[in-house]
Design a protein around this ligand. Structure first.
Ligand code: FEO
Length: 165
């Protein structure tokens, strides 16, 4: 079954959103690196790699279904934030937007009677729950750390333990 024009367009748009997320997280990684918060930077770099792998999953899906890849321009990410808390609040808000977008895509695939695309998107629905939970948990921990440099450094060390998935 061929991808419908509407599903193909939205999948291509989702590739753009995933790369936009990767780009945003790279900007955030650089912001942390500039402040010698290398653990946070490492976490953000790992997150950026994950987003690229999400984009490539959809890219491969379009090709496997005999569809056409249409890459789009990326947004320039915001270059700076006021605090680590603000960075993670922005990351959590971004993930909530991506989740909404995947849910819209899932609903569209249903409307277009594209069951295989819905099954493919189920992985993303679960992944988004994890990603929202992860960024929200870090927001909460940053709130707890408040203005304490030792709390921030401890969190930096913990987050730095995240390897490249
Ligand atoms: Fe691929 Fe974090 O959305």
């Amino acid at each position: 079954m061929k991808l419908s024009a509407a599903v193909q367009k939205s999948l291509n748009d989702q590739i753009r959103k995933e790369f936009n997320a990767a780009y945003l997280y790279l900007a955030m990684a650089a912001w942390f690196e500039e402040r010698n918060l290398t653990g946070f930077a490492r976490w953000m770099q790992a997150q950026a790699r994950e987003e690229q792998s999400h984009a490539m999953r959809i890219y491969q899906w379009i090709l496997d279904r005999g569809g056409k890849i249409q890459l789009m321009a990326l947004d320039q990410p915001k270059p700076s934030w006021k605090s680590p808390l603000e960075v993670f609040q922005a990351a959590a808000a971004h993930e909530a937007k991506v989740s909404a977008s995947i849910q819209d895509l899932y609903a569209l695939a249903g409307k277009e009677k594209d069951a295989p695309t819905q099954v493919m998107l189920q992985w993303f629905l679960t992944e988004q729950v994890e990603e929202e939970a992860a960024s929200t948990a870090i927001v909460e921990r940053l709130r707890m750390a408040g203005d304490s440099p030792s709390g921030l450094l401890m969190l930096d060390r913990q987050l730095g333990e995240r390897g490249g998935e």
